[in-house]
Design a protein. Sequence first.
Length: 334
Amino acid sequence: MNQKSAECMSRKILEDNGAKVADKAKMILLEDPALKELREPLQFISENWRDITPALISLSCEAVGGKTEETYDVALAMCLMNLGFTTWDDIIDNAQSKTFKPTLFGKFGQGITIIVGGIASAKGFTILNDSKIENGKRKKIVKLIWKLWSKMATVETSTLRMRTQGTLSSNKKFWKIKSEALDLGTCLKIGAIIGNGSNNEINHLGKYGEYLGIILALQQDFQVSVNLTLELAEKIRNNRLPYSIIWASEHSKPFKLELETLKQKSVIDDVSIKEFIKLFLDTAIIYNIENKIKKYKKLAEKELNYRAATNASQSLKSFLNIQSRTFHHEFPSK
């Protein structure tokens, strides 16, 4: 399967299993007449944001024999909570742009971003509270969500402190990546809970979600590190460095010197960024990321092999395989 076919299959898995919820999540705040003063930023979100978690929640539910339609409300709630996380995280990281586009924070500023993040989270909790799932399942889900939110708060607080102290090593940054992967792990657990999965099934699918989350985060981290747009220059100036760049600076003196030089510049031009990326790619970082992706792919596959394969678990495995191959195709080792 070539890369284009793999990407099409990946999109098909997400669309076939989560399009209805993902589409609703993009529009639900925009369509609320009470939020007309926020129409412009909410329109921006509807055009530039789409969550993959509805499909994964649905597949997790189906994998344990549940009815996927029962995940609708909770998946919608999780989408909106994830939107809240994303917008606030951009403020913490001072991220004006991502993947060649401005963020909500970059386009509308801190105040609007805080408001939208709060509204999205509040709407998510309201939908969860009003959902028609049985009380026992709701209590388990609420407990998982609180565990996730409290963990994320702890991680962000620790990260901010380490940045201030100048002690954010690649090991600490990777710890942050693994901690944030609890988000996908929580979503997979929620799907299994709704589908009446056993504790064993819930835990296996949750671990699969965490490992998948690490793979996706590593891919995005590396893409930022070779991004020729303003995003990379912003991260260097603000000392909000991706794991890949921190690791490379710890393993290459020439690259570290170039990084320290760029940090001192008030304006980082395109020529400097291109030279920086060339030195970056001359390190062993591609091998490092590729080996980590292979490791977590194997661990994720092991979590799916705990029981006989179903159509849903096969879809989860296919999605995993596609994501793990993506990095190799985009950034082949020398």
